[in-house]
Write a protein of this length. Sequence first.
Length: 184
Amino acid sequence: MARFLLFFIVLLFSACGATNYYSFSDLEMNDDMKSNYSSDVGVAKITLPAYMKQNRVVIQTAPHKLSFLEGDEWVDSLDLIATQTMINHFQKLSNGANISLYPWDFESKQGQKVTIHISRFIAYEDSVTLEATYSIQGITKGSSRVDRSFKTVVPTDIKNTDKVVESMNMAFRYLAKDIHKALI
């Protein structure tokens, strides 16, 4: 009986310490969404609000209150996940363009640098809100620059972390598609 009780207690504590790891998913798309970029594209590391710089999944629980979800974490730091996911999305959306992390590790005389600053990316009540600004700058002297603001709201179930992350994925895809349109 004592062994059974000890086994049960160990099992209970090990279940309580379980961690769920999340990441962004790949972009699903049709071939008609692809387009040609005129040059190489470098994506600078995406900047995030301070509350997203931990690996823990965070939600907003009141107008001025954020909560980290116990046992729910991002696979890696969210700025790295977001930057690599954006590069992957652009690669899928382009036909043969050289998309990579900026600064480039190769010589290029032409191209565009994409800089993204996410100011708000959080689930609150029944939706996920993503607010960001981005710029697209040609790397040659005298080249033009595009500066835009972006905002999207995606429905979610805040009581279900899987649904929150799924909605965050969708909002992030909308941002990628918006930037893609500005690149072409």
